[in-house]
Design a protein around this ligand. Structure first.
Ligand code: GDP
Length: 208
């Protein structure tokens, strides 16, 4: 169980300053590592921008830095000088060519290997869709980079109450097949707020 004190401390952290500091267009121009870091990754439309905004209580943080077309950027946000949030470009567009998919993988793998202070990756999965093949490819990449990651199911409000436990169990079974995946699964709704305090506590424990 998460303690009320932990929830409050994490809420305070995430209500502090959160400033966009840098958009990296390649793994060659990443910002210096001044803080512990956590990265957010997921299929396009998985709900990444909405989740980052819900965590930080801002309406448009993750969008502000998104130039239309510049989907390949890694955007960095400094959270209260205690934690760096890295918003990785989305993947899994059906129209994307194999070459594009490869260059996405290369960029992300180079990022993962370079960030000594990367403490966690949050892999966002649309709860209605569950883990898809493109997610499994990214999970294999994360295993290879040996970066521990948490599966975060998004859009919980779109599930019926009876669908929640099966969705968590199915994601847990996927996580169990991967060496670097944490076994716990976090179900969230950016819209309704489910799981947001708990996810903040998880991230706050990695801050300095
Ligand atoms: P991104 O492409 O991963 O950054 O995804 P967005 O945050 O832009 O969200 C993609 C779509 O899913 C948008 O239409 C959002 O309104 C919707 N969405 C995101 N989070 C939630 C949620 O918690 N509940 C519901 N019902 N829809 C959501």
């Amino acid at each position: 169980m998460t303690e009320p004190g932990e929830i409050e401390a994490a809420r305070k952290l995430f209500s502090g300053a959160c400033d966009f500091i840098w958009g990296a267009t390649s793994a060659e121009n990443l910002p210096p590592e001044s803080l512990n870091e956590v990265a957010f990754v997921g299929r396009s439309n998985a709900g990444k921008s909405s989740l980052v905004n819900a965590l930080t209580g801002r309406k448009s943080l993750a969008r502000i830095s998104q130039t239309p077309g510049a989907t390949r950027q890694i955007n960095f946000f400094n959270l209260a000088d205690r934690l760096m949030l890295a918003d990785l470009p989305g993947y899994g567009f059906a129209k994307r060519s194999k070459a594009e998919a490869n260059s996405w993988q290369e960029m992300i793998f180079a990022y993962l290997r370079r960030r000594a202070r990367l403490r966690r990756v949050l892999l966002l999965i649309d709860a209605r869709r569950g883990v898809m093949d493109s997610d499994r490819e990214v999970m294999a990449l994360l295993d290879r980079a040996a970066v521990s990651y948490l599966l975060v199911l998004t859009k919980a409000d779109e599930l019926k109450a009876s669908e929640r436990d099966p969705a968590i169990a199915a994601a847990g079974a996927e996580a169990a097949k991967h060496t670097a995946a944490l076994t716990g699964i976090q179900l969230t709704s950016a819209l309704k707020g489910d799981g947001i305090p708990e996810l903040r506590v998880h991230l706050a424990s990695l801050a300095q």
